[in-house]
Ligand binder design. Structure first.
Ligand SMILES: [Zn+2]
Length: 432
């Protein structure tokens, strides 16, 4: 493709800046907290249908996915199933035998604590070149960039040689099997994919963390507090387990290091792996020795260890407490891995799709790409780990994901859409 045509694509997208901002706002308005993805998916499908695309809409089927090594029952699936939680995909057929590409994003967002926000999380505010709203950065901004990139190519009548699929999915925030995994199993298996998670263009994401949740049911024995000699305090026993897990966390942090994580965020150095006890529930009365406590936690870790190795580490730490405690050795805690169950992944940055995205991102932003990742779980792993489809994260800059006053930088949205459009042209090729 000539330099002129490349400039046309960039200009066309630049001229769509307001449209891009409006689309992000409209998507944020849908309050698509995991489990309530449908309204946002309807915005996406009607937008694609308006371009004459045939839109495939389907609800995931847990039973069809169950035997896949990447599948687990997400908490939102356990609570409400997959009814009314559609995925969306539409393919524009290539006119030649070019390589196929999928541009994909998740439409679900995490909940908000409105009291913490200085802006309305569901009715975005534009201020100083930023758009504030829940999901603006993670990752409705990226979703809108995909759509606008597609629309620009369509308006310029650019015929790609390979198939281009636009895809939006559910429940990434919950682990994603009903989203990207379901799309892959439905047959959407391109030669390469890009997910527009907020990588902070020109930076590109090439790794994700393993994430698993666990639950420990710690038994005690109830008694009146004044006759405490007859009871066993489960909170005290749980505290010992907590200390052992905390010690394990420190020991793991001292031996596990992953440079791409702190290239992306310098503050992560020394914290690439993390073990967090997030909830504790137990006891029912100040004057009763508690008979049971439930701890729930999460362990995250960078590429380098398998899920089996990490499970063994955590279970061994708990077992050590159990075996050395008189009560617990006779009444062992019940240990369960529940919910999130994702293996980490790492993508070779020499992959052509990564290098094409990098060249375009660097040209467009005038800055140098850093390859980062490996501190959070994400959908890219499904492509990279299980289907051998290279899939980097290429998305906008912003801040405060999962926090108050989340925002995306509007210039970066435009640059993301430009990078996507040009990378699609480079990867899929164009008609002679
Ligand atoms: Zn995300």
């Amino acid at each position: 493709m000539s330099t002129d045509n490349r400039e046309d694509i960039r200009d066309r997208i630049e001229n769509k800046r307001d449209d891009l901002v409006d689309l992000v706002s409209e998507l944020v308005n849908q309050r698509s907290v995991t489990g309530n993805e449908k309204p946002a998916q309807e915005v996406v499908s009607s937008r694609l249908e308006a371009r004459g695309l045939e839109v495939d809409t389907w609800e995931p089927d847990a039973d069809e996915l169950r035997d896949h090594p990447g599948f687990f029952e997400t908490s939102s699936y356990v609570e409400q199933g997959y009814d009314d939680r559609p995925n969306v995909a539409a393919t524009r057929d290539g006119v030649g035998d070019g390589r196929s590409l999928t541009l994909s994003g998740h439409v679900d967002v995490v909940p908000v604590d409105e009291d913490e926000w200085s802006y309305d999380p569901w009715d975005p505010t534009v201020e100083d070149g930023r758009l504030y709203g829940r999901g603006s950065n993670d990752m409705l901004g990226g979703v809108a960039s995909i759509i606008v990139a597609y629309e620009a190519l369509d308006e310029l009548d650019i015929e790609l040689a390979g198939d281009l699929t636009i895809q939006t999915t559910v429940e990434e925030e919950d682990g994603g099997p009903g989203g990207v995994l379901s799309a892959l199993e439905r047959g959407y298996q391109p030669d390469a994919a890009i997910i527009t998670e907020p990588s902070g263009l020109p930076n590109i994401g090439m790794a994700s963390a393993g994430v698993m949740y666990f639950r420990i049911d710690v038994p005690g024995k109830s008694a009146h507090a004044a006759r405490g000699y007859a009871g066993v305090n489960a909170i005290g026993k749980a505290a010992e387990i907590y200390r052992a897990l905390d010690e394990l966390d420190r020991e793991r942090k001292s031996r596990i290091s992953y440079e791409p994580a702190f290239r992306q965020n310098p503050r992560l150095e020394g914290h690439e792996t993390n073990l967090n006890v997030g909830t504790i529930e137990g006891g029912d009365w100040p004057s009763t020795v508690p008979s049971g406590v439930v701890l729930e936690g999460r362990i995250g870790w960078p590429p380098g260890e398998t899920r089996e190795e990490v499970r063994a580490d955590v279970e061994a730490a708990v077992r050590e407490v159990t075996e050395t405690d008189e009560w617990l050795s006779d009444h062992p805690p019940e240990f369960e891995w529940v919910g999130w169950n994702a293996a980490p992944h790492e993508l070779d940055t020499d992959e052509e799709i990564v290098q094409l995205a990098r060249e375009n991102a660097e040209t467009i932003t005038g800055e140098t790409t850093t390859f980062g990742g490996g501190s959070g779980g994400n959908d890219e792993r499904f492509y990279n780990r299980y289907y051998d489809i290279p899939c980097p994260s290429v998305g906008p800059r912003g801040e405060n994901i999962h926090a108050a006053d989340e925002y995306v930088e509007i210039d970066s949205l435009v640059e993301t859409a430009q990078t996507l459009a040009l990378t699609a042209v480079d990867w899929c090729g164009t008609a002679e």
